[in-house]
Design a protein around this ligand. Structure first.
Ligand code: BTN
Length: 272
């Protein structure tokens, strides 16, 4: 397969890109740095510095050097990757703490809705609880973290393989890696992907606050693991069973030899 080179024009965000992001999305404040270790770590720092009413805050970089993932995961990025974090103050958007566990799936749906129009009919799937897959490979990872301290904040970190290439990726990631440019119907610019995701996030977060049912139908419908045998590490236990989907609260359902297990959090160790 011939993979096109990442467009050399898409290696740096421009001031026109920043104007567009601020004019066409719900972002109130944009914090850009050409290089950062982790946009989530930078957002964590800003959570303690910026006043609460400045929300949402977008942390954006061209080059993330030490991206973090869930648990022991790391996030590899390269030229052409899109990596950003959104700092949200739940009180400002009336998001109760009871809904925080669903933020990762909600962001996953926003990503699916934003990316699907770019890939000509291919279906994006959510690998519970925080990955987005296409053609059986990972195109996006999501890391939701709560900032500690008195000023309650959540950080939604999103990494999308846009114009970066599997050829440069660490060997252990190559098999499960896909970039949008490998499946897209035409050239893609990171700013277009970013704006589309932010617009979807705006509407999906409003659903999470008020219209929860529509969201839970969507994550259940997009669940990659339904019908597969899945092994999950949950509360220091290993649970293996047939996945029956994701329920209304965002918990994955597994039918095991000893009955149904419902896991609200956990790490997928393997699936068939
Ligand atoms: C995972 O695969 O477990 C989640 C990966 C999340 C990666 C994104 S990239 C932007 C943000 N900053 C980080 O350090 N991580 C998230």
């Amino acid at each position: 397969m011939t993979i096109p080179k990442a467009p050399s024009t898409d290696l740096r965000f421009s001031s026109a890109d920043f104007d567009r992001i601020l004019a066409s999305t719900f972002v109130e404040h944009l914090d850009y740095c050409s290089e950062l270790t982790s946009t989530n770590t930078r957002a964590m720092q800003l959570a303690g510095e910026l006043p609460d009413h400045v929300s949402p805050v977008l942390v954006l970089t061209d080059n993330q050097t030490a991206g973090r993932g869930r648990g022991t995961n790391y996030w590899w990025s390269d030229n052409g990757s899109l990596t950003f974090s959104l700092l949200v103050r739940p009180l400002e958007i009336q998001l109760p703490a009871s809904r925080w566990p669903q933020l990762s799936l909600t962001a996953g749906i926003a990503v699916c809705d934003a990316l699907e129009p770019l890939i000509g009919g291919l279906k994006l799937r959510i690998k519970w609880p925080n990955d987005v897959f296409v053609n059986g490979r990972k195109v996006c990872g999501i890391l939701v973290e709560a900032a500690s301290g008195q000023r309650r904040s959540v950080i939604i970190g999103i990494g999308v393989n846009v114009n970066n290439s599997a050829v440069q990726a660490p060997p252990e990631l190559q098999e499960a890696f896909v970039a949008l440019r490998d499946v897209a119907t035409g050239p893609i610019r990171r700013v277009d992907v970013l704006v589309a995701i932010l617009q979807q996030l705006d509407s999906r977060l409003k659903y999470l606050v008020s219209g929860f049912d529509a969201l839970s139908n969507e994550w259940s419908e997009r669940c990659l693991l339904t019908g597969r045998t899945v092994e999950i590490e949950y509360n220091a236990r290993r649970i293996s069973g047939l996945c029956r989907g994701i329920d209304h609260d965002g918990a994955i359902l597994l039918d095991t030899p000893t009955g149904r297990e419902r896991c609200l959090s956990g790490v997928v160790i393997k699936f068939d």
